[in-house]
Ligand binder design. Sequence first.
Ligand code: PGA
Length: 250
Amino acid sequence: MRKRIVAGNWKMNTSLEEGIALAKSINEEVKASKEDIGVIIAPPFTHLTSVKEVINTERICLAAQNCAAEAKGAYTGEVSASMLKSLGVKAIIIGHSERRAYYGETNEILNKKVKLTLSESLKAIYCCGETLEERESGKLFEIINSQIVDGLFNLSNEEIENVIIAYEPVWAIGTGVTASSDQAQEMHAFIRNLVNQKYGGKIANEVKILYGGSVKPDNASEIFGKEDVDGGLIGGASLKTSDFLSIINA
Ligand code: PGA
């Protein structure tokens, strides 16, 4: 049985003060909860150090939302995986669809980010997902296939074991429309099968695949109940402690 994971992606939300308050309240609730669920939170870069001070890092994994595609040097405004590691970050979200769509991040760029993240012994939470147009034109499996193959499949067996995959259909992110649990299961099984073909059954069976896109307290348990869905990557609902906690408890 794979361990369940619920990850909160705060995106570009909260002032420092609000972020600390949110982290504190999530920490209190997680402390009180007996569920053996992996909880991850990904605040903005500017909040990471302060958030780390108010959470129990044994129970909550601190993640960043992005990192640079280069290790160091003259890249104004960028933040490297090694800098994030030095703050105590344990995981980095790579390839969120907002990064792909608004910042032109290609599978090749994202592969560099994944490699740098893993070279710092951090976990990479690698996102993939199709747009509505891609789904409706029937290109859906082709798109996910190339995001997974080009983004991940030059990794070694040891490296892929430190990757968490998040399937997030773009049309479901922040829209209030979720994929049905059957649509999620279909794609998660497809992704697990790709991993199986490349890395074999043991790794495919262990790799965690999260679903993301308008997960809310009232739809989480149905989606998380599917065989190949190992938890969720939560945007909007991770900004409210009670919603985030209900999703964890789902
Ligand atoms: P949402 O975002 O839960 O607000 O739809 C999910 C995500 O972007 O990871």
